[in-house]
Design a binder for this molecule. Structure first.
Ligand code: AVI
Length: 332
């Protein structure tokens, strides 16, 4: 039997009407507005969601395979080691709702361990990666009903009808929650509680606080893949917004901010220079930095407190022997 995949768009969403070209135009407007607003502020910034154009997604895939970038490996190992226990704690017959289309490999491990899953609902704003992930998973799990939902998973208000019938298990992997501020993470967890509903469970992968000697190389690797990932934002501005950034005049910078418990990434101007974007001139001082990403790290207790404030009760948290990464099972 083949798997059953059909795309679901939230009713009334702008993406549910109009052509793909109209959607591309909206995405471009969104990018332009975010860059112009981010450059008008101090410190200057570009939201990290714009990393993931086709090239950025490829570079992120490369990052996940780097020796220095431990999170993907550590989380996959935790899932492999504890999937049977997770499945036993979660119980049978749950609809799986994934926030972000995620790494199909990790999702496949979870789906395989859970046995018969009534439906799988991945939620992501990026239609292309959603489609690719759904297609790959349908090849791995015969007969699986897949209902991808094209939506912003931080604010999704309703699930497709198929997901409303049974109890649900949410899945949010890769420590993507770390890319949200504490306030955004709190509001995401509260929204996820509303969306998944009473009786649901939630499996969340969260990167742990650890020595800077391990953290910083993960965001500043020897091969320079993370630097290319960061600088690709400028390539994207040049291509899509008529920018004239000279890549050799900016450098990748990653630092650990002890006060906020997060790795911060920046693009640093190597000289005093003026750059044009969409016909507007922006002067950069030598050494001035554009903030491009924060990646928050949590102790197990810190994350449980954050989740608890949104109504989630801890069931169990697993960590690896080196204490690199944590996997939290929560319930409502
Ligand atoms: C997607 N996210 C969890 C990654 C992280 O570790 O914050 C993005 C990333 N940025 C640089 N390397 C990886």
């Amino acid at each position: 039997m083949e798997s059953d995949i059909s795309l679901h768009l939230p009713s009334g969403s702008p993406a549910s009407s109009g052509s793909l070209d109209a959607k591309e135009a909206r995405d471009l407007d969104d990018f332009a507005a975010a860059v112009l607003a981010g450059f008008a502020r101090r410190p200057r910034s570009i939201p990290c969601r714009f990393f993931y154009d086709a090239r950025g997604s490829e570079l992120f895939e490369e990052i996940t395979k780097l020796d220095e970038y431990y999170p993907t490996r550590a989380e996959t190992m935790l899932l492999e080691a504890h999937r049977a226990e997770i499945a036993a704690l979660v119980g049978p017959g749950r609809i799986v709702v994934e926030f972000g289309s995620g790494s199909s490999r990790k999702t496949s491990l979870l789906l395989g361990a859970l046995g018969k899953v009534p439906a799988y609902v991945p939620i992501d704003i990026a239609a292309e990666s959603l489609k690719e992930a759904a297609e790959w998973l349908s090849g791995q799990h015969e007969g699986l009903t897949i209902r991808p939902l094209i939506a912003d998973f931080t604010t999704t208000r309703a699930l497709p009808p198929v997901a409303r019938r049974k109890r649900r298990l949410g899945f949010f992997s890769g420590s993507t929650i770390g890319n949200l501020t504490h306030a955004e993470a709190a509001s995401f967890l509260a929204n996820a509680a509303r969306l998944l509903g009473k009786g649901s469970a939630f499996l969340v992968g969260v990167d742990l606080k650890k020595p800077v000697s391990i953290l910083l190389p993960a965001y500043n690797d020897g091969k320079g893949v993370t630097a290319s990932f960061n600088l690709n934002l400028l390539v994207r501005i040049n291509r899509e917004l008529g920018g004239n950034f000279e890549l050799s005049r900016f450098a990748h910078d990653a630092v650990y901010n002890e006060t906020f418990g997060r790795v911060e990434m920046y693009l640093k101007s190597l000289a005093a220079q003026t750059v044009r974007v969409q016909g507007r001139a922006f002067a950069f001082a030598a050494g001035e930095r554009i903030h491009t990403e924060s990646s928050h790290k949590y102790t197990v207790a810190e994350f449980q407190t954050l989740a608890g404030a949104a109504g989630w009760l801890p069931v169990k948290a697993w960590t690896d022997p080196e204490r690199l990464f944590s996997l939290h099972l929560l319930r409502l």
